[in-house]
Structures are given as structure tokens and as C-alpha cells.
Design a protein around this ligand. Structure first.
Ligand SMILES: *Cc1c(COP(=O)(O)O)cnc(C)c1O
Length: 411
């Protein structure tokens, strides 16, 4: 039998769960793109995107996914023949480096493996060695979605400042924005890229590139910028169509408006807090399960773990078997082990991931964890029981209880 019928839950690390309000906002006929509601709505989107990114800088919007944002960031700041430094952890840093190479840019990659965050000390060493200042930008992924490692972006700013290196600091916040704390201006980030389909809770299809005045100067110094990727008219349009280099992504914009309304209403600090508590609940469950049997969290130190995604190892083929079980038997779809292949497990079937980004709350996460615990038991995978109990404890302690008996009675 299967117990999967009912509301399903896509618990993969992007695309994330779309709120009903976002879906409803998108369910409409084509709007006029020359005047009226849609045109009037866009300046408010720009304002609220900057609120989420904690910046007073600029933002350019693209009809693209995260890969498009990577290319856009490079197209505006680095010329073919230039060099970028890419401290990479997990999979996505390598992807950004490959994007640079495809544009004729030399990528100097520092590989920190699949479990450790970027080591700012080694980045500083590489910057110090570059006395001719050939490195034009440092490309760092804030949260690597394959490994669930979170790196310290502010430490990279310090590395650039301490070495007196003028390179731009670029951050990929595609997985982290609207989930993990990120402070573009306070952390001295020059360029930040993100997409619509993770913490922003909108379908895939829009990408955002935030940039500082210093990055704008780099753009102005380039001999040539490809017309479509050029961020200048998108950030400072004279005509409405220039925001999007053509027809606006009409329905995405309505969805984004609804999502940003939700974000503003909850408040970005509260959103970070919610993700932090839910992540701790997940880790608490995993720690108990891992006390006996093969399960392990990919990132040992909680300080280096993302609050948006958690990568786990169960050993081949049990990661895939567990995903199959939760999907077919209970309606919960877990993430695959991305970029985690090993010589004896080329497809990475020993790994799986929990996506917990964006529109997620306590009952979704607790339900997912209980489903996983049932799956482990049903499949006969050794684990210590009680993971769900540990997770409920984290949730119970985090939520403030009414302090006085009178308040309790009033309930
Ligand atoms: C999802 C993701 C990407 C790629 O985004 P696409 O929309 O799939 O192109 C890049 N970097 C990180 C950190 C991501 O999480």
C-alpha cells in the first residue's frame, strides 16, 4: 500500500515550495506591459529586493536562472583574458569557475573539498601572491547547495582588505538569500547573485544581480559589455522595457510581489531566525539517528552548516532507497545527492538532501522528519530511534511559551 495521497511536499533545495499567495498572484491574464499596474509595480520590487539583500546598492533583474546570474555578474565586471579567483567548496563554485572559463576568463580555483568551508586564510595567501593584481574578482558561493556548507563571506572581505587587494568580492547567494543571514553592504560584497526559485519562493525563471558602486565602476571600465547582460540599463532604465532587456517576465513579477509582501510582513531577521530554528530541529533529529548505524551529516561543525539545505550520507544505495520510500509511500520528495559521486558510488546514491528554504514552517519540517524516521524503520536501515522527539524539543524550546498562568487561562 501507499500513504502518499494528500498534499505532497517537495523538500528539495530548489525549486522550493511556492506559497498559495504567490500562485494566486500569478493566476491572471496577460497584463499591459506599456502602462498601468505592472509598470507601476516594478520600482517597489527593486526597493524590496534591496531590503532582502541588505543593500543600498543597485540591482539588475534578468529572465534567467542562477546560471544566467553567474554569467551576468561576470559579463559586467571581467573581460576575456582577465583572471578570477574561485575558492570553491562542493559543486557550485566549480560551476561558476566553468562559466568564467567559457567566457575566456582564467579561473584560479582553490578547492576546499566537499565538507569544509572556504578558508579565508588561504584566499589571503593567493591574493598576496598576486602582487601584479591580475585577479579581478573573488567568486565565492555563500551556501553550496550540494554539500550544504556555508562559508564566511565577511572573512573574505577581511582577506581582501588585509592584503590591500583591489579585486571585487562576488557572492553567490542563490541558495542562501532569504534563508541564511546575509548582509551585502555590511559585509562589503561588491556583487551578489541570486535566483527566484529558492528563498524567494517564486518559480524558476528570474535572476537578480546586486552590485556596488565599485562594481559599477568596473563595468564602466570595460571596453565592451554584451547588450543583453549589461546591467546598467536594467538598474537605471530610461524606458520600462530596459528593466528586462525586452518584454517583462509579467507573471513572475506578480509572484515576486506577493513573495516580497510576505517577506516584508515577517521581517528578514525573523525569517533568518525561523530558518535557523528549523535547521537546528533537523540537525537534532539527524544527530540522534546517526548515533547508531550509517547516517551522517555531511558537515560536522554546525557553525559551517547552511540553514536552507542539509546534505546527508547514508551509504549506497540507501540514500536513493530512502528518497524513493518517502516519495512513494508518504508524499515527501527529498533532494538527490548532487555532486557527491564517489568511485564506488558513481551516481551518488548514498547521499540525499533536505531542502528547507523559503516557505517552510515547523509542521512541514517535523512531518518530513517523522516521515524519514518511518522510512528508516520500514527499510530496516539501522538508526537510533527518537530523532523526531529531539526535533520537537528544539521547536518547543524555541517558541516562546506564555509566561503566566493567567495568559494560559486566557487561551
Ligand atoms: C541553485 C543554485 C545555482 C544554480 O541555479 P540555477 O537556477 O539552477 O541555474 C547556483 N548556485 C547555487 C548556490 C545554487 O543553489
Amino acid at each position: 500500500m501507499s500513504l502518499a495521497k494528500g498534499r505532497s511536499y517537495l523538500a528539495i533545495p530548489g525549486p522550493s515550495v511556492m506559497p498559495e499567495a504567490v500562485l494566486r498572484a500569478m493566476h491572471r491574464g496577460a497584463p499591459n506591459i506599456y502602462e498601468g499596474e505592472l509598470v507601476d509595480m516594478v520600482p517597489g520590487l527593486v526597493r524590496d529586493l534591496k531590503y532582502v539583500a541588505r543593500t543600498e546598492g543597485h540591482v539588475a533583474m534578468y529572465i534567467a536562472n542562477g546560471h544566467g546570474a553567474w554569467e551576468a555578474a561576470l559579463a559586467n565586471t571581467v573581460a576575456p583574458g582577465d583572471t578570477v579567483l574561485v575558492p570553491a567548496t562542493g559543486r557550485f563554485g566549480h560551476g561558476w569557475a566553468e562559466m568564467a572559463q567559457g567566457m575566456g576568463i582564467a579561473a584560479q580555483v582553490l578547492d576546499f573539498g566537499r565538507k569544509a568551508p572556504i578558508d579565508a586564510g588561504r584566499v589571503a595567501e593567493a591574493l598576496r601572491a598576486d602582487s601584479a593584481h591580475e585577479i579581478k574578482a573573488v567568486l565565492a558561493v555563500h551556501v553550496d547547495t550540494s554539500s550544504s556548507v556555508r562559508s564566511d563571506i565577511a572573512a573574505l572581505r577581511a582577506a581582501l582588505d588585509d592584503t590591500g587587494h583591489p579585486a571585487l568580492l562576488m557572492a553567490d547567494c542563490i541558495a542562501s538569500l532569504g534563508c541564511d543571514r546575509f548582509e551585502m553592504d555590511a559585509w562589503g560584497v561588491d556583487v551578489m547573485v541570486t535566483g527566484s526559485q529558492k528563498g524567494l519562493m517564486v518559480p524558476p525563471g528570474m535572476a537578480f544581480v546586486f552590485f556596488s558602486d565599485k562594481a559599477a565602476q568596473a563595468r564602466a571600465g570595460l571596453a565592451r559589455v554584451s547588450k543583453y547582460w549589461d546591467w546598467a540599463p536594467r538598474a537605471e532604465p530610461e524606458m520600462f522595457y530596459q528593466y528586462f532587456g525586452g518584454t517583462a517576465p509579467t507573471h513572475h513579477l506578480y509572484g515576486l510581489r506577493a513573495a516580497l509582501d510576505m517577506i516584508r510582513e515577517e521581517g528578514i531577521e525573523a525569517i533568518w531566525q525561523r530558518h535557523a530554528v528549523l535547521a537546528r530541529a533537523i540537525w537534532a533529529a539527524c544527530d540522534v539517528w546517526a548515533a547508531e548505524g550509517p547516517l551522517s551529516l555531511n558537515v560536522a561543525d554546525p557553525a559551517h552548516r547552511s540553514h536552507a539545505v542539509t546534505a546527508l550520507r547514508l551509504g549506497a544505495p540507501w540514500g536513493a532507497a530512502l528518497r524513493d520510500w518517502t516519495d512513494r509511500q508518504a508524499g515527501v520528495t527529498l533532494g538527490i545527492g548532487l555532486g557527491m559521486s564517489e568511485p564506488d558510488d558513481p551516481k551518488g546514491t548514498g547521499f540525499f538532501r533536505f531542502g528547507h528554504m523559503g516557505h517552510v514552517n515547523a509542521h512541514m519540517v517535523l512531518g518530513m522528519l517523522a516521515t524519514v524516521e518511518a522510512g528508516l524503520a520500514s527499510l530496516g536501515i539501522p538508526h537510533r530511534r527518537g530523532g523526531v522527539t529531539a526535533a520537537t524539543q528544539v521547536v518547543a524550546e524555541a517558541v516562546q511559551a506564555p509566561s503566566k498562568p493567567t495568559e494560559l487561562r486566557a487561551l
